[in-house]
Design a protein around this ligand. Structure first.
Ligand SMILES: Cc1ncc(C[n+]2csc(CCOP(=O)(O)OP(=O)(O)O)c2C)c(N)n1
Length: 325
């Protein structure tokens, strides 16, 4: 754990990580009921990256996600009720129940969208950043993607263009070492991902994605650089995805991740690390932890209740918002 940084509000960041963890656990626990009729890609274990990056953003800044974006959406302030309702396909969902888990948006919060096409949001974030620059606004655009996205041509085209035009876009690579079941070493030659970003002309930061202090600190620097005219920045954080690529279960039995054990996960748990720092440096006692747990539990339960009370979409509107009928 990086040493305590007084500019970082650890209790607030811990709260944000805990909300994501408990919301996703609730999704996982209820998934077998077969009421969520869309695939879910859970980000449990990776919460510190979304939260640490979004800590330095303001509401007018925009964030783009990917197929694994519950955490990105929530960390940017996306409405939890609308996210759970979307996953259940309810009319109150953030996409009217049409999109499911991989199509999240909350424009009020500056979460400009999650899209399942790997790399699909990268040029959108560059376009958003370019518009901020042309309008001389002090806003930045952020895009989260995995190491698998680094194999998409569009990412390299986008980095090239962003560097050329000095666009205030922050590229955040959540490197969990896996693309579905294939490890990075079977997909890319041995060389540094961030080294390629540096070669494209981006400012580069690398760190431990399971350490909320390190993420918040590096992201704070990168975002300040981009905001003050320093051009695009690239953050690469190493992390670990706890669950299977898709779905609500651990997949230890598949054997494609030899290290995969409960102990391995616990040792890398960003929440556990933050809890240790809260006890040691902020004097948190059992009562403080149980109070925040209770608050989060009530919020998550309320979001599910909101969803269960919400109507299904009206079938007569099924053609709305489509390009062709
Ligand atoms: C263009 C495209 N190719 C393939 C897929 C299928 N696919 C969905 S997620 C995924 C893996 C992505 O891995 P990574 O970007 O590292 O993110 P992670 O799942 O590890 O968070 C793939 C190949 C897709 N959705 N889009």
């Amino acid at each position: 754990m990086k040493s305590v940084d007084s500019t970082i509000d650890l209790p607030a960041l811990y709260h944000s990580m805990l909300r994501i963890r408990r919301a996703e656990e609730a999704i996982a626990n209820r998934y077998h009921e077969q009421q969520m009729r869309c695939p879910v890609h859970l980000c449990i274990g990776e919460e510190a990256i979304a939260v640490g990056v979004c800590a330095s953003l303001t509401t007018p800044d925009v964030v783009y996600g990917n197929h694994r974006s519950h955490g990105h959406y929530m960390a940017k302030g996306g409405d939890l009720n609308a996210m759970i309702a979307e996953i259940y396909g309810k009319s109150t969902g953030c996409c009217g129940g049409r999109g499911g888990s991989m199509h999240l948006i909350d424009n009020t919060a500056g979460f400009a969208g999650a899209v399942p096409i790997v790399g699909g949001t990268v040029p959108l974030a560059v376009g958003a950043g370019w518009s901020f620059k042309l309008k001389e606004e002090e806003r930045v655009a952020v895009v989260f993607f995995g190491d698998g996205c680094f194999e998409e041509g569009v990412l390299h085209e986008a980095m090239n263009f962003a560097a050329l035009k000095k666009i205030p876009t922050i590229f955040v690579c959540e490197n969990n070492g896996m693309s579905v079941y294939t490890p990075l070493t079977d997909r890319q030659p041995v060389r540094s991902i961030s080294g390629i970003a540096r070669a494209h002309g981006l400012g580069v930061y690398t760190g431990d994605g399971n350490d909320i202090f390190e993420v918040a600190h590096l992201a704070g620097e990168a975002i300040a650089q981009a905001r003050s005219g320093g051009g695009p920045q690239f953050l690469e954080f190493k992390t670990y995805r706890w669950f299977g690529h898709v779905g609500h279960e651990f997949d230890d039995d598949l054997g494609y991740r030899p290290d995969e054990t409960p102990q391995f996960r616990e040792d890398r748990c960003p929440l556990k690390r933050a809890e240790a720092a809260l006890s040691q440096n902020y004097g948190w006692q059992d009562g403080d932890f149980s109070a925040i747990e209770q608050r989060v539990k009530e919020e998550v339960e309320a979001a599910f209740q909101f969803t269960f009370d919400s109507p299904e979409p009206n079938p007569n509107t099924s053609g709305d918002h489509t390009y062709a009928e």
